[in-house]
Design a protein around this ligand. Structure first.
Ligand SMILES: Nc1nc2c(c(=O)[nH]1)N[C@H]1C(S)=C(S)[C@@H](COP(=O)(O)OP(=O)(O)OC[C@H]3O[C@@H](n4cnc5c(=O)[nH]c(N)nc54)[C@H](O)[C@@H]3O)O[C@H]1N2
Ligand SMILES: Nc1nc2c(c(=O)[nH]1)N[C@H]1C(S)=C(S)[C@@H](COP(=O)(O)OP(=O)(O)OC[C@H]3O[C@@H](n4cnc5c(=O)[nH]c(N)nc54)[C@H](O)[C@@H]3O)O[C@H]1N2
Ligand SMILES: [Mo]
Length: 762
């Protein structure tokens, strides 16, 4: 598979800070290109404010005491992307067949603008044609009703509101399945599984105020400058207080090095920068378990020495004794771990690990912040468990300034799980739902993302409904998935913009355009608000005010209700239409199902900074079977799940500064110095030399998964880069074609996108 290139690629090191004038210039390029309406500028001022709308980009919390402009470069791009004046109308589809459109780049598909009409795929002409909503819902109902519920998948992407998500999950269960994969299955599911097992809650334990109390931050595998830029303000404040920031990342990411605040006129005028990381460790991809074992080994050794010298201990023995289980086994494993093996696997010198262990040992309150660099590995859950092990050693959970901070991706991905978007029965209050809606809920575990992919490929999945997202592009095994998709009896995509998934029709195919969160959503009772939950478990209202992209758009709750009405028998206990007339009624229903979290939901939703749903681990109440926080002995030192072999590399699939997941805003990855192309292979200069390659040479990658399948990505530009030997970097989603479906995290099934075994081919 070859990806088309943009013109005149240019790759040279970027010398500026994160933020700063570069971010202003980047917006100055993008806003005109999206041809945003004057409304968009008004909306930017409302972004992330208590009575405004919640950004559709990342899930980083929105503070109660907000800035005058509480948005970042990426958030502004996301707003512009949604409020573009460009439109993809039925005329567009009259002019282009899907066969033709499959030759377009992801960028060009979405850049054409917002979808305006409900569409049906017409196989005879290979085109989408406009239809009425009624026809669309009628046909979708007719296709779904006869199917075995087990063969139908209801995917959702993490942007969808709590209200629409709750309805969607309920619809699936009333229909008879829990096939509710969501983007979280490709993202922080390793967190949800790992933290739940270790500390009894599936989510992070810190909040924004913890940045004011921590004295060290350990930062693993999250690219803050591109993917959660508003956090840079919190990190900068920490640096000003002298907080140590110790970073583990194979790449030197600019946002983790230096930052100039674009909202601070003095900093902008004087080009003042704040150095972010005080230590930067370029760990090998998949080497974090080893690195953390090394740190733990120093701590245990120093603790032993302190105890025998009668000095104060290094570990928090009182906490370990009172609150944890498994310390004896873990410390024994740490003592037994071999330094040679640790250093080989993490690729870091011993003195770097020692330096970071010193910081950890000295700090009274440590936050551990992490992202996809930990979760997207075969041992992704163990990565998360190792973070907890480290925190537990010095009681760094359940006190101010300390705890685990997974950085969630989509703006409501965490919230979807809170209101029932999950394939796992144990995560939903089944009996409550049954009492509330008078039915017998399915108990059989549903399909997650990986299982849904298997089902599409083997034909056991017959129908796929997607509430947002770009499933086919986001998942592994692109070629086999694209080949299998047309065998589906039904494909329904609810979306704001055209994407590659929409170009692969099933036997019956509908593309349904919906309102975005920034747009005004008027129902019978008047303008509506929706709600989302951020990365720190705070729940916020979001009120859209922009004029909808087209008069034909329906809201997500309205679309879900219409489908539910067509596929479910009448049920006096669920009045879908009444819910749609006034979303406060959906929130009442949510409160009935989840009374602890959502007590007084409709009263609290405008709380500045959001209302917090609470977290028992922060009170040191451990909802684990043992009622303790649990140490885990990792099964090995490598997170990759495969052995090293000659010529085999660990490929990390990465996001650029100019994309939101599969949405490509442009071809400029400013921080990494790449312009005009995404066909880049970041590679260590010594590896380039050893492989007999030269800078700028075009190569292919082939998967090296020992499963006999050929997976290939052509046309990559060899680019020397500061990355550990044996590791490669290239962009997602263009490299997903190299990822086997079965290469996923154990337990959580998150595709292992940060260590894909590959070889370089001519
Ligand atoms: N602008 C923008 N914002 C976004 C997104 C976006 O695409 N664009 N996506 C959203 C979503 S859904 C998500 S999940 C988040 C994703 O945000 P991140 O969690 O930052 O995910 P990635 O960009 O995939 O990058 C992961 C980082 O991990 C590093 N890494 C790779 N392998 C390893 C490893 O083995 N160990 C360590 N320690 N580090 C490693 C990479 O170098 C990179 O810096 O961002 C959200 N926010
Ligand atoms: N190789 C590799 N693969 C990865 C990753 C990786 O790091 N490497 N990351 C994974 C991660 S963390 C994630 S979260 C997934 C992302 O997977 P998804 O969430 O499925 O993908 P997105 O690219 O976020 O979806 C973009 C599409 O959503 C639609 N959309 C946007 N706004 C709205 C809205 O308001 N309503 C509706 N209904 N639709 C809307 C638009 O049509 C747009 O084209 O990808 C995963 N895949
Ligand atoms: Mo994500």
């Amino acid at each position: 598979m070859t990806e088309q290139k943009s013109d005149e690629p240019q790759i040279e090191p970027f010398k500026g800070p994160a933020g700063g004038w570069g971010s202003v210039r980047s917006l100055a390029e993008i806003l005109p290109r999206e041809r945003v309406s004057p409304e968009a500028f008004r909306e930017l001022v409302r972004q992330n404010k208590p009575d405004g709308f919640q950004c559709v980009s990342c899930a980083w919390p929105k503070p109660a005491n907000h800035h005058p402009a509480e948005f970042c470069e990426e958030g502004a791009k996301a707003t512009a992307w949604e409020l573009t004046t460009l439109r993809t109308t039925p005329d567009f589809f009259r002019e282009h067949t899907l066969t033709e459109l499959r030759g377009w780049r992801d960028y060009d598909l979405e850049q054409h603008g917002r979808l305006t009409h409900p569409l049906r795929y017409d196989a005879a002409t290979d085109k989408y044609v406009a239809v009425s909503w009624d026809e669309a819902f009628g046909a979708i109902g007719d296709s779904l009703r006869p199917l075995d519920p087990k063969s139908v998948v209801f995917y959702s992407s993490g942007r969808t509101s709590l209200e629409a998500s709750y309805m969607y999950g309920l619809m699936a269960r009333l229909f008879g399945n829990q096939n509710l994969p969501d983007s979280s299955n490709m993202c922080h599911e390793s967190t949800s599984v790992g933290l739940k097992a270790a500390i009894g809650v599936p989510v992070g334990t810190t909040r924004l105020e913890d940045f004011e109390h921590c004295d060290a931050i350990f930062f693993f595998g999250q690219n803050v400058g591109s993917n959660a830029p508003r956090m840079l303000h919190d990190l900068r404040s920490c640096r000003k207080r002298g907080v140590e920031i110790v970073t583990f990342n194979p790449l030197r990411e600019r946002g983790l090095e230096r930052f100039t605040d674009p909202q601070n006129p003095l900093e902008m005028a004087t080009l003042k920068e704040t150095a972010i990381s005080t230590q930067y460790h370029q760990v090998r991809a998949g080497g974090d378990i080893a690195a953390m074992m090394g740190i733990a080994k120093f701590l245990v050794e120093w603790d032993d020495a302190a105890l025998s010298a009668g000095e104060p201990p290094v570990l928090d023995h009182a906490f370990i004794e009172a609150h944890t289980k498994g310390f004896a086994d873990f410390s024994a494993a740490v003592r037994a771990a071999d330094w040679g093996a640790i250093l080989l696997e993490c690729g870091l010198p011993k003195d770097e690990l020692e330096a970071s262990a010193r910081i950890y040992a000295k700090a009274k309150a440590v936050m551990a912040i992490y992202g996809m660099g930990l979760t997207q590995h075969v041992k992704g859950v163990e990565n998360v468990r190792m973070v907890v092990n480290l925190l537990l050693l010095r009681g760094n959970i359940g006190k101010p300034g300390a705890g685990a901070t997974p950085v969630r991706g989509h703006s409501n991905v965490q919230g979807q799980r809170t209101v029932g978007i999950t394939e796992k029965t144990e995560l939903v209050p089944v009996e409550k739902l049954e009492a509330q809606y008078g039915f017998t809920a399915p108990r059989k575990k549903g399909l997650d993302t990986v299982e849904s992919c298997r089902g599409v490929i083997d034909g056991s999945v017959k129908a796929f409904v997607a509430l947002g997202g770009n499933f086919l592009r986001a998942v592994p095994e692109t070629a086999a998935m694209e080949e299998a998709w047309p065998r589906l009896d039904l494909s329904v995509q609810i979306a704001t913009k055209l994407n590659r998934n929409h170009l692969f029709p099933g036997k019956v195919t509908y593309l349904l355009p919906c309102l975005g969160r920034i747009e005004e959503d008027v129902q019978a009772s008047g303008p509506q608000v929706v709600t989302v939950e951020d990365s720190t478990s705070c729940i916020h209202a979001s009120r859209g005010k922009a004029t909808p992209a087209s008069e034909h758009l329906l809201s997500e709750p309205a679309i879900v209700a219409a489908i539910a009405n067509r596929i479910l028998p009448p049920n006096p206990k669920v009045d879908w239409d009444a819910w749609v007339t006034d979303y406060a009624r959906i929130r009442d229903a949510i409160e009935t199902t989840y009374p602890e979290v959502f007590v007084d939901f409709n009263k609290r939703l405008f709380t500045p900074g959001g209302f917090w749903k609470g977290n028992k681990a922060t009170e040191r109440i451990w909802l684990t079977p043992s009622k303790k926080a649990e140490f885990l002995v990792p099964s090995g030192l490598s997170a990759t799940g495969f052995d090293d072999a000659k010529g085999r590399f660990r490929l990390m699939t990465l996001r650029s500064n100019d994309q939101f997941n599969t949405t490509i805003y442009g071809y400029h990855d400013r921080f990494r110095g790449v312009k005009g192309t995404r066909d880049v292979l970041f590679m260590n200069a010594d590896d380039i030399a050893e492989a007999g390659l030269v800078e700028g040479q075009i190569v292919a990658l082939e998967s090296d998964a020992d499963d006999g399948k050929v997976r290939r990505r052509d046309g990559l530009i060899v680019t020397p880069y500061s990355v550990p030997r044996g590791c490669l970097g290239a962009y997602y989603p263009e490299c997903n074609v190299l990822m086997p479906v079965e290469h996923h995290a154990e337990q959580s099934h998150v595709p292992a996108a940060k260590s894909v075994p590959v070889r370089i081919a001519a």
